[in-house]
Design a binder for this molecule. Structure first.
Ligand code: DC
Length: 229
């Protein structure tokens, strides 16, 4: 089988990350969660006083962006990669509602995207990678051999995120999450730089009513069809 690049794009909370992580582990590829990188930049803003009254200090961030380095290292307990911000493990800190509430405007800044896309392309130079995000098939790896665009209804996605946060012991409200999901969809699709859209050659996967097993099977078929060519 040849080594390929797999780009998985789609709306927030539609299970892209879980699906991409599981696929990468099964086929022995590297997995990169590009959303985690924008979350880590947002956490950097929160922790370093670049977010005041809900507004990002864009000029300060522009000056500091080259000092923000994101990497991934395997976590032996979870068997999945954890996100590191300038050498510190931030895997849990980047998944809070506070980060979720501020990440879209950070991810919409052109200089933030340029810096992250550069880091992502470097990570994927050798192929054998599964990367998920919003612009992987359109901007980061336009030549990826396998592109998938994932979607599910906003209510189903909000329920999945609610269950995930509750399981982690966070005190959350379903309506707040649904509102956050819808707001992020709007910003992701309407921003000027790299708006979320399906690449013309991406396969569409609506997983609203699919089980994890059905989705895995479908994904394995697509991988074998393309990598086996
Ligand atoms: O997938 P997620 O919810 O962890 O993504 C966090 C945010 O980052 C979300 O608002 C969209 C943005 N994002 C992006 O703009 N481009 C990517 N490649 C990945 C995520």
């Amino acid at each position: 089988m040849r080594k390929i690049t797999i780009a998985i794009d789609g709306f927030s909370s539609c299970g892209k990350s879980t699906m991409a992580k599981d696929l990468a582990r099964e086929i022995g590829y590297i997995y990169i969660d590009s959303g985690a990188m924008y979350r880590a930049v947002t956490l950097y803003c929160i922790e370093n006083g670049l977010l005041c009254n809900g507004q990002i200090d864009v000029e300060k961030l522009r000056n500091e962006i080259d000092n923000i380095h994101i990497s991934f290292r395997p976590n032996e307990k979870t068997n999945r990669p954890d996100t590191y911000l300038n050498g510190t493990n931030v895997e849990n800190k980047i998944r809070t509602m506070e980060v979720s509430a501020h990440v879209s405007p950070v991810a919409a800044l052109d200089f933030v995207r340029e810096a992250m896309v550069r880091q992502q392309q470097e990570m994927g130079r050798q192929k054998g990678i599964v990367m998920d995000g919003r612009d992987i098939g359109t901007t980061v790896f336009p030549d990826a051999e396998l592109k998938i665009f994932v979607t599910a209804s906003p209510e189903i996605r909000a329920q999945r995120r609610y269950d995930e946060l509750k399981a982690k012991g966070q005190d959350v409200d379903f309506d707040d999450i649904l509102e956050n999901v819808k707001q992020r969809d709007y910003i992701d699709q309407n921003r000027e730089v790299s708006p979320l859209r399906k690449a013309d050659d991406a396969l569409l996967l609506d997983n609203s009513h699919l089980t994890i097993e059905q989705q895995k099977e479908w994904l394995a078929e697509q991988f074998e069809r393309i990598a086996g060519q």
